[in-house]
Design a protein around this ligand. Structure first.
Ligand code: HAM
Length: 420
């Protein structure tokens, strides 16, 4: 038997109502904030991600699905969408069309990580990016939208963590201070962190290794090295969040795994899903548009992991989504009337009813069982003496009430179902 690739999952019909509910809430919230959807290709030129996300990041150095196509071009399945959105923004000169671009997306991403609960190799994100403004209110808007979506899904066990990484110049200064500190403690660091000192020193804060953790606990923090402008920006974000009643904690070690961030970074963590607890993450990236060949324009955004959110909803029992119920099941008593039932179902569906009929030549009893399994509100009996008299019988499955209706009067059938 051929199975799905490790770390990928089928989303079965039974799961779909929850995905629809989540997608509806996501589109409603983004819509109210006037974000417009963008859809970009599933694969891109590899260089887009290595330049955009950063060579030294785990994503680029270890996790990308990169392949040579038949023309010998190096392509990569998108591991995230910020770089792609910025590429599309630059390629189509969206900044020339309007001053500010507020964009959102939903779709699959690919990272070759070690699969575990809440961590997959194909997973889905929804997210938003705003390109063209330095306003700290937009940093706050991202966090507010993410929080509102999670709250609308009924999630409670949430923690919003925020931090500021400032601007590259003060960060570089700080990195030197951190390198000096770590050099003094180098014998106590893991091999991985020793490597990171050269490649991506801030990520040592994310290490799960106990030796690293005990060194990092007393490490100097970037937040104490921010320039005045960055401090002011961060203060405005915090104030806007407080005014919006979004509770948050400042976590000075929140560095995030992608290189493009400047100023605000944030994550929303769930206490209901185990170790892969970040439901979403994001921040400001003022250098990325320029890095990818565009004008010197700022950006801010976030992305959220749908599988993790659905897992949190399941664990908090916060989901109401149910499949749409059949409104009508047509029981064909006399097999020679199958064409009539098919035509009747078609007419009623075209007028907006959810209708099902039998395609398996089942007995009347088995068709009734199927109507019950589908939880159909009404059953229409086609056949027998009634049909010979030009009638069909409509039964209300809840009250048990039955009425005879002319077998040409579909409007009457619809009326009876609609008023119930
Ligand atoms: P990220 O933190 O790499 O950020 O991913 C965002 C979210 O995607 C995570 O918080 C998590 O919920 C989900 N996620 C990531 N990897 C996996 C995985 N292997 N399996 C399941 N879920 C996963 C970004 O992707 C940035 N592009 C966010 C951003 C947008 N920053 C600015 N704009």
């Amino acid at each position: 038997m051929i199975k799905a690739v490790t770390g990928t999952r089928d989303i079965l019909p039974i799961d779909i109502p929850r995905w629809y509910q989540l997608e509806k809430i996501v589109k409603d919230v983004f819509g109210k904030f006037n974000y417009k959807e963008i859809r970009t290709p599933i694969f891109e030129v590899t260089q887009l991600f290595s330049r955009g996300i950063g060579e030294g990041t785990d994503i680029v150095s270890k996790e990308m699905y990169t392949f040579l196509d038949r023309s010998g071009d190096s392509l990569t399945l998108r591991p995230e969408l910020t770089a792609s959105v910025v590429r599309a923004f630059v390629e189509h000169s969206l900044d020339k069309k309007q001053g500010l671009n507020k964009l959102f997306y939903i779709g699959p991403m690919f990272r070759q990580e070690r699969p575990q609960a809440g961590r997959f190799r194909q997973f889905h994100q929804f997210g938003a990016e705003v390109l063209g403004s330095h306003d700290p209110l937009l940093d706050a808007e991202m966090i507010i939208m993410a929080y509102d979506i999670l709250a609308a899904l009924g999630l409670k066990n949430l923690e919003v963590k925020i931090n500021s990484l400032g601007v590259p110049s003060s960060r570089d200064e700080y990195k030197n201070v951190l390198r000096e500190y770590l050099t003094q403690h180098i014998d106590k660091l893991s091999d991985e962190s020793k490597k990171r000192m050269e490649l991506n020193i801030l990520r040592i804060f994310d290490s799960k290794d106990e030796r690293d953790k005990s060194v990092m606990k007393d490490a100097p923090l970037l937040i104490n090295y921010l320039d005045d402008e960055s401090m002011m920006h961060f203060d405005k974000v915090k104030k806007a969040l407080s005014n919006a009643n979004v509770p948050f904690n400042v976590d000075a070690s929140l560095v995030r795994g992608l290189d493009y961030y400047t100023h605000t970074t944030f994550e929303i963590i769930s206490g209901s899903v185990g170790s892969q607890s970040a439901l979403c993450g994001g921040g400001r990236y003022n250098g990325l548009v320029k890095e990818l060949g565009g004008a010197d324009l700022p950006g801010v955004g976030f992305a959220a992991g749908i599988e993790r959110i659905l897992l949190a909803c399941e664990n908090e029992n916060s989901f109401l989504a149910d499949d749409d119920k059949a409104e009508l099941y047509i029981v064909t008593i006399d097999k020679t009337l199958q064409d009539f039932s098919f035509q009747a179902a078609l007419q009623l569906r075209r007028q907006g009813l959810l209708v099902e009929i039998d395609y398996l030549s089942r007995s009347v009893k088995a068709q009734m069982r199927e109507a019950n399994r589908l939880d159909a509100k009404f059953v229409l009996f086609v056949g027998g003496d009634e049909f010979a008299k030009g009638e069909v019988v409509l039964k209300n499955m809840k009250s048990g009430e039955q009425v005879n209706i002319s077998n040409e009067n579909f409007d009457e059938i619809i009326n009876k179902i609609r008023v119930s």
